[in-house]
Design a protein around this ligand. Sequence first.
Ligand SMILES: [Zn+2]
Ligand SMILES: [Zn+2]
Ligand SMILES: [Zn+2]
Ligand SMILES: [Zn+2]
Length: 442
Amino acid sequence: MKSHRQGKQCLPFRISYDDKKGRIVLASRNIKAGDVILIDKPLVQGPGAKTSATCLNCLAGWSSGYTCSSCKWPVCNQQCEEGRWHQLECSYLSSLSLLPDFTKEFIPEYSAILPLRVCISAKSSDTRKSLDLLMDHAGIVANDEKLQQGLELIEKLEELPYSGVRGAGIIATNAVSMPHRNGKWLFPTFSFLSHSCISNARFFPCPGEKILVRAQVDIPDGEEVTISYVEPGMGNVIRKEHIEKKWYFRCECTLCQDPNELGTFLSGMRCRFCKSGTMLQSSSVQDFWNCVNCQEKVDGSTMFVLSKTLFSKAKEMESKEEIENLLENLERILHPNNFILLHLKEKWVSLPCCTREDLEKGLGYMSDIMKLRKILEPGLTLSLAENLKTLNQMMLELGKLRLAAGEIQKADFMKIVLGAANNMKIAKKCYETIPDELANKE
Ligand SMILES: [Zn+2]
Ligand SMILES: [Zn+2]
Ligand SMILES: [Zn+2]
Ligand SMILES: [Zn+2]
């Protein structure tokens, strides 16, 4: 039960075991929002399963036409050819007679690289110890069509400690995509963090190919530390299926289990029978929704398709005018907090405001957005920082106009300025700062 040591630091977590989830990470003391919880180095990295030609070492897009002198796969230059990641598989790829067509938009053979790196890395006994602890969903992965060509390629190679399916399963279950980095990354301790759609911690890249996990809210001693794999702000109606398809598990977090979505009604639709109630996914049965007012039922798949179609439509909107028109139409059929309306309002406020009317409308939208985001993404998040910035811009802009029109006094305007300065202090805490001891190491 001792805390995990990393360098000189004593980091505030310990590893525990849960029957359903496997290994999990628990806070080993009270952790404050913003504190560093964990720093981890990658076991392997590599290109994702669906990719065009990328450099096998640094994962950058491939435009140089340079190929490795041994295996003939794409790399940027000689330095990448000799890089530590590509050197893992170079001799294995050289032994294969086949060479994919690297000019194609999508090269299925790339899906073999990362699982292959896992299988090869397992030859080192230290790495094998870490890899053996990781779960795979081998049964599902073995039948996943998009991985077949990659798996076939690995099966052609001999004397690997793991099967291709085990390698691909470890990646599918544990590897992460990271902001500002290409490809997928597998970290030994970080992999034990479970997903929750309302997570209490978040992760970001830091120098030396490391990953850093920070608390987003205060986490009491003994509580599980969680991160979110998905973009927050999607309704249960779409998010749950998305998680199951992409990560092969059914999320059972507080948000996913609650038909009210923590009081937000994020997937809620207006009932078309009684016109006044809200249609929600039934808590007991997955495949139907019912109205909280008149109890009328609707088939679950109808609601899923409807939500998905409207969400796609919302994503196509470009101008403020288009967004406003769609908002007006959708407000008649969706609950006012529905995530599709949230998405539209967020898009609207990201566009420049030119008139006083715009600013007033924008501040109304900001209030709706921030109320929901506070529940869906509690604590020190990047979206809080961005929202505070937008809010400040609008408040100051409108304040200036009102001051010029003589509607408010200078003292009132100063109050707005002070409020904005205060918001910036909070926003600063939300940004992804690298601790000093890591900042200069590459
Ligand atoms: Zn490269
Ligand atoms: Zn090579
Ligand atoms: Zn969930
Ligand atoms: Zn009804």
